[in-house]
Every structure is written in structure tokens, then in C-alpha cells.
Design a protein around this ligand. Structure first.
Ligand code: PLP
Length: 389
């Protein structure tokens, strides 16, 4: 069966019944006998779909876990209240005092903070490697236990050759964890490229409607048991309503990504043609430095990318002039967004040459012609206001 079809049926309730698994709000699950209570407690160790206690999730969380493991091709999925909680919960499951973590320099900024502050405090040493590194041997140590990747990288969209990198740690005691929020297990399936755990901030495209916070970690192989123990020990779960809304959003994940892909590339091409623009950082553009990896490993692009303008361009005026692109954190919802960014400040391997003002765009599901017209009028507004000054 094709994955588009499977996506619509994960977690289906028994018939006759609702199309979506029902929201069950529960802490306590009641039993009539001690034997029944003991039976469920024993069986839940191998059957994650049993109702045993609210902290172990109820029906919509279990259905969502099935769907996430399904789209990522993992053995199991674990849920967290935010994407950052999924990152913190996962990296701390695989690292102990005295261990070393190797992290790509282009990671999401809060991930860097988790390594630099939280993991350092726990006695873990951390090194960063440049996204274009071909040889990890100079960064790996005998005590390296986690290799942390993100592709494309946050804000600058650098692509990693993940099979090439994971091959370099295979046979070592290294868990490869990747932030797959851009691809959400749909555009990109890193568990098939040698990664052990894939993390998705479902706050973005899984929910898809800018109204859900959630994170997930999907594991394959031995990593699954480690993560399961850690998640249960630390009491991580996702509330029933958030689980329901995430799964409801996921039903249209493929359709929405398709629209974000085409509309995003159209806006990217429109920007490439502008004299005010130095470069557009979008992995789906043929002039992206590793477009070959995009073609090889991805089945499409998200609506998220960045643009660098010529030095002196009034990028804040441009953002403010946009009518259909609101200013706001996050992305992956139906709506278009624009944000000023300065991604290189905390990087250890920034570009050598000076960088002009940068803006990150999320191209939403609005009509692409309206978005194109909005971009044009914003450039016109910047030109007029520059002329006035
Ligand atoms: C937003 C984001 C997260 C964190 O998700 P939250 O739900 O906001 O905590 C993690 N990784 C990436 C790449 C993100 O963009």
C-alpha cells in the first residue's frame, strides 16, 4: 500500500466507530479486580496500545505513535510536549558523564544550548563539526557516544550526506540522532540512511495549523529500548487533545507538503531573479551547493528557506511591508511567515566573507499568485522608502 493511503488509516478505531481515534482523557484506568490490574501492568511492557495509566498515554497518543513509527519507518515512536522536550529527552537518554557528543555546527539554536549548557553540566563534552566535513575521524573520540545531525541545517539549509556520515560511525558504540523537523518523516527518512533516532518537532508540519505543540522521537533497533526506558522513567507523554490534533493534522501532511514545495520553490525563484538578492538558501534550487543530496535523499521541499540580500538592503522594511507574510516564530503551519535572522553569530564555522541582511521565509498555503504579488509590492515599498530618505 502507498504511504499516502496508509497515512489516512493509521490508528483507525474499530467499526462501526469514528473515523479518528477518540480523545480519552484519563489519569486513572479503573479495574474491578487486582488480577485485571496486574494483567494490564504485565502486558503493557510488550503492548504499547493498552490503557494502563495516563502517563503511558491514552488512545489518541497510541494511535499517533503508530502513525509516526509508520511514516518514519521506525520500530517505535515516543511523544513529548514540545520539540525541544523531545530533543532534551532523547540526547539525555544516550549520554552519561564522561561521554563525548559530536554535533553538526548548523543545528537548531536551542539544541546547541542543550549540549553547551545542560549536557556540559552533566559532564558530557561536546564538539561541533562543519556541515561540509567529509571525514569525521578528526572529530570522533574513543568516548564519542552520540553523533547529532540536522539536515537541512537550521536557517541556512546546509545538507548533510547522512549515509556517508553514519557509515563512519557504524560498528562503534555511537547513537546517531537527527533532527528531522524539516522533513517530518515524510520528505526525508533518515532511519533508512543509518540514523538510529529521528526527532520531529510536530509543532511544525505534523500539526500543520499553528495550534499544537508537540515533539516526537522515532527509534529503530537497539535505540528503541533505551529510549523507551528513559521516556517512562522521566514521565514524558503527550496530552490526549494534543495527540488528537497532531494526528488530525497529519492526515493532510502529504497534500500540504506538496503545496508548500511548489509554492516555496516559486517564491524562491522569484527572489533569485531580483537584483536586491545575493542568494536564496533553498535545498530544492539547482544552485544549492548540495542540491545533489536533495535530489538523492528527499522526496520534496518544505516551504521554509532563507534569503540573503545585498548589504544595505532594508530587510526589516521589506518584512514589515509584506501583507501576507506575518512576523512570528515557528513555521510549518498553513500561514506564511517572514523573520529577520542572523544565523552565523553562534556558529564555529561561519562563512569567511561578509554576509548581507538575511530573512527566513515560510511559504504557506495561500494562493501562490497572491504571494508573488505581495513580494513584488514589498520590494516596491522598500525602493520607494529608500528614495524618500
Ligand atoms: C521548532 C524546532 C524545534 C523545536 O520545536 P518546539 O516544538 O518549538 O519546541 C526543534 N527543531 C527544529 C529544527 C525546529 O525548527
Amino acid at each position: 500500500m502507498k504511504r499516502e493511503t496508509k497515512l489516512l488509516h493509521y490508528g483507525a478505531a474499530a467499526r462501526p466507530g469514528p473515523a479518528n481515534p477518540p480523545v480519552i482523557r484519563a489519569s486513572t484506568i479503573l479495574h474491578d479486580t487486582v488480577a485485571s490490574y496486574d494483567d494490564i501492568k504485565r502486558r503493557r511492557e510488550t503492548d504499547e496500545t493498552l490503557l494502563s495509566y495516563g502517563r503511558r498515554g491514552t488512545t489518541p497518543a497510541h494511535a499517533l505513535q503508530t502513525a509516526l513509527a509508520g511514516i518514519e519507518g521506525g520500530d517505535a515512536a515516543y511523544l513529548f510536549p514540545t520539540g525541544v522536550a523531545a530533543l532534551a529527552g532523547t540526547i539525555s537518554a544516550f549520554l552519561s558523564a564522561g561521554d563525548h557528543a559530536l554535533v553538526v555546527d548548523t543545528v537548531f539554536s536551542p539544541t546547541r544550548k542543550l549540549f553547551d549548557v545542560l549536557m556540559s553540566r552533566m559532564g558530557v563534552s561536546v564538539d561541533y563539526f562543519p556541515a561540509d566535513a567529509q571525514d569525521l575521524s578528526r572529530y570522533l573520540k574513543p568516548n564519542t557516544r552520540v553523533l547529532f545531525l540536522e539536515s537541512p541545517g537550521s536557517q541556512t539549509f546546509d545538507l548533510l550526506d547522512v549515509p556517508m556520515l553514519t557509515a563512519q560511525v557504524s560498528g562503534r558504540e555511537v547513537t546517531v540522532i537527527i533532527d528531522n523537523t524539516y522533513g517530518s518523516g515524510w520528505l526525508y527518512r533518515p532511519l533508512e540512511l543509518g540514523c538510529h533516532v529521528s526527532i520531529i518537532a510536530g509543532t511544525k508540519y505534523l500539526g500543520g495549523h499553528a495550534d499544537v505543540m508537540m515533539g516526537a522521537a522515532i527509534a529503530k533497533g537497539d535505540a528503541h529500548a533505551v529510549l523507551r526506558t528513559h521516556v517512562n522513567m522521566t514521565g514524558q507523554t503527550l496530552a490526549p487533545d494534543e495527540s488528537y490534533n497532531t494526528l488530525r493534522g497529519m492526515r493532510t501532511l502529504g497534500l500540504r507538503y506538496d503545496r508548500h514545495h511548489h509554492a516555496g520553490l516559486a517564491v524562491a525563484a522569484q527572489l533569485v531573479a531580483r537584483p536586491e538578492v545575493v542568494r536564496v538558501l533553498h535545498p530544492g534550487l539547482p544552485d544549492h551547493p548540495r542540491h545533489d543530496l536533495f535530489v538523492r535523499d528527499f522526496s520534496g521541499a518544505a516551504g521554509l528557506f532563507s534569503v540573503e540580500f545585498r548589504s544595505g538592503f532594508e530587510s526589516v522594511c521589506f518584512i514589515d511591508a509584506l501583507q501576507l507574510f506575518a512576523v512570528g516564530s515557528s513555521w510549518g503551519g498553513f500561514e506564511s511567515l517572514a523573520m529577520p535572522i542572523s544565523p552565523y553569530g553562534e556558529r564555529l564555522y561561519p562563512p569567511q566573507q561578509p554576509v548581507g541582511p538575511m530573512v527566513r521565509l515560510h511559504v504557506g498555503l495561500e494562493d501562490p499568485e497572491d504571494l508573488a504579488a505581495d513580494i513584488e509590492q514589498a520590494f516596491a515599498t522598500v525602493a520607494t522608502s529608500a528614495g524618500v530618505r
